[in-house]
Structure formats: C-alpha cells, structure tokens
Write a protein that binds this ligand. Structure first.
Ligand SMILES: CC(C)(CNC(=O)c1ccc(Oc2ccccc2)cc1)c1ccc2c(N)nc(N)nc2n1
Length: 327
C-alpha cells in the first residue's frame, strides 16, 4: 500500500473504531464482538506507527496520554456551574412547586432526572472537537483535567456537528468498576475507597492519565453552559439534542406535567435505586421551558427553577456494607 492509500486507510479505521466505541460505550449496543474491535485497533496502531504524520488527535489510540502532568491548570468557567438547592421530603417538593407556580402565574411542566453521585465536570467543544474538560471547582474556577476526561470512552472526542458548545455532566464510577478497584486495593494492602463518588474524584485527580484510564469511569451529560446558535426552547429538547450529537445522557429522565407525577417518579426511584448499576443520591427536578427558567432566575448560587430531592443517606451505607462484605 502506498502513502496515500495508508492515509485513507488510517482515516477509515479511525472513523470505524470511533463508531464502534460510540455504540459500545454510549448506546450500550455493540454491533461487533470485542475481538473484531481489538483486531481493527491493532491494524490502526500498526499503520499509525508506520505513518505517524497521519495520526489524528481524535484517533482512539490517542485517548490515553503517556506523560503525567506536574499539576492541574486552573480554568475559569465562562458560565458558572451552579449548585442545586435541596428538598428532603414531599412537603418541601410541594413548597418548591408553589414558589414556581406563584413566580410564573402560568402552567408549568418539569423534567425529572436521576442525580448521579459522582463529580460535576464541564466539557468544551470547538468546531465539534473536544478541546477542554474541567472540574466544577467552586463553580467559577475549576481544574483542567482534559487528559483524564479523554480516557473516559463515553466522552466523544469529536461530535456529529461542528458545534461550539460547553456541556456539563456527572463523571462517575459504575458499581462494577468500584467493586473491582476495591478488591484490587485490598489485595495490594491499600485502603479501599469509601464509596464510588470518592473513587471517581480520586481517579480524576490523578496527574497520570494512565491511572485514570484504568479506573473505567463513565459520564452522563445533563446541562449546557455555552451553546452558540441554539434555538431550543426546552430543557427536554436540549437533552434530546445532546444525545443526537453523540453525548451520553441518562435514559431515565421523564417529563412530568404535575407535581404528583414528580412525587411518583421520586417514590419509584427511591425503591428502584438499589437495582441501578451506579450510585444516585437523589432526583433533580427542573422546570422544562427555558423561557420560564429565565423568568424565575437564580438566587446567589442556585437556580429558582430546579431542586434536588435528596434520598436519606443511610441507604448509601447499605450499598457500602454490601461492598465491604463482598471484598
Ligand atoms: C441545573 C444545574 C444547576 C445545571 N445548570 C447550571 O449549572 C447553569 C448554570 C448557569 C446558568 O445560567 C447562567 C448564565 C450566566 C450567569 C448565571 C447563570 C444556567 C444553568 C444542575 C446542577 C447539578 C445537576 C446534577 N447533579 N444532576 C442533574 N441531573 N442535573 C443537574 N443540574
């Protein structure tokens, strides 16, 4: 094969492998066996070794950087990453609903989402390319952890349109990865992580991306910071658009047109929670219409149009106890 054919073959293998990776890690619907993926991956690695000038920065071989950082750069969020006020019982959800309807004086519908117990992160894409990832930090300034986020296979290195946008989500460690990691640590005489959230935070704070890559983290995107030329008018439409662009969004979100439906959703997941493959610490309820969100505005640090219903902490202990017993 000559140089030009090699360049075309490298491009074709890269696109094919990225598509297979998207099906496996984002859709959870692989269409080829792992052995076929591995064989194509090795073919790409060999060609890139022969023709390094054709290595693309969104090649699957470029996910794990080889040199550790000395420190993390600080990053200022153009749009602040806000926190959520909390509700701890049904009455406080009804109070939230009353404040919203009084503030709007019109019909309102909500989007309910699972509150993943992980680490809030922001992902910036310029012309469709993943250029920077950062922790929430204090909401205005976070740390640049791009190298570590690149190792999360469900984060696309390029998205379908040449969009420039900044998305927010929760990076987390699934129960399966958490169990394996703690077994490993106990075997090596190290301290096991207390819970998947600490394990995810500890993994993303590693200066060596090779260590972060071994932790098999995952992510669900749930919000948008900056989004040029977006005409979308509801949060639910944004979630659908993020999914269309190739982002991993949590499939369990629901639109609720009454606070009773919201309460049903909360009650369902407070029982169903132990059957999820990841930890959640609550349910997030958001006014769906973006114009109504605008009208309700913000308090000093959180939106008036959203609230987090928090599950009682002791259940998290049962998950912990199970894990302790099993290691
Ligand atoms: C609702 C929001 C707080 C995100 N939204 C924002 O961060 C945000 C930030 C500036 C905004 O507008 C401003 C723009 C400029 C200045 C001030 C505000 C609007 C939303 C949030 C926070 C945590 C969440 C979580 N753990 N799980 C889920 N499922 N959803 C979550 N949603």
């Amino acid at each position: 094969m000559n140089r030009e054919q090699a360049q075309k073959k490298i491009e074709k293998l890269k696109n094919l492998l990225n598509q297979y990776s998207y099906e496996y890690y984002v859709l959870d619907q692989p269409t080829i066996p792992d052995s076929e993926y591995d064989q194509l991956y090795r073919e790409l690695e060999q060609l890139e070794e022969q023709y390094p000038e054709f290595i693309a920065d969104d090649s699957p071989t470029q996910r794990v950087g080889d040199k550790p950082l000395d420190f993390f750069q600080k990053v200022e969020h153009k749009v602040p990453m806000l926190s959520l006020s909390n509700a701890f019982n049904e009455q406080e959800l009804k109070d939230f609903h009353r404040r919203v309807t009084q503030g709007l004086n019109e019909e309102v519908s909500y989007v309910c989402e699972l509150k993943i117990d992980g680490l809030a992160v922001s992902l910036t894409y310029e012309n469709g390319k993943f250029v920077r990832g950062a922790t929430r930090g204090d909401g205005n300034v976070g740390e640049d952890i791009t190298m570590n986020l690149r190792t999360i296979r469900s984060i696309p290195l390029t998205i379908k349109d040449k969009e420039t946008l900044e998305v927010r989500g929760e990076a987390f460690m699934p129960h399966s990865s958490f169990l394996k990691l703690n077994e490993e640590r106990v075997k090596n005489g190290e301290e096991p992580f207390a819970n998947p959230r600490n394990a995810a935070a500890g993994s993303l704070r590693q200066l060596d991306p090779k260590i972060a890559a071994e932790r098999h983290l995952d992510i669900f995107l749930y919000a948008v910071g900056e989004w040029e030329n977006s005409q979308l008018t509801s949060h639910s439409a944004r979630l659908e658009k993020l999914k269309e662009l190739g982002f991993k969004t949590n499939p369990e979100w629901r639109k609720c047109s009454t606070i009773e439906e919201v309460i049903d959703f909360v009650e369902y997941w407070s029982k169903e929670r132990p059957n999820l493959p990841y930890e959640i610490d609550g349910i997030v309820i958001k006014v769906d219409d973006l114009r109504q969100q605008e009208k309700l505005g913000f308090t000093a640090k959180s939106p008036r149009w959203a609230i987090a219903y928090k599950f009682p902490a002791e259940e998290a202990m049962t998950v912990l106890k199970d894990i302790e017993l099993s290691v």
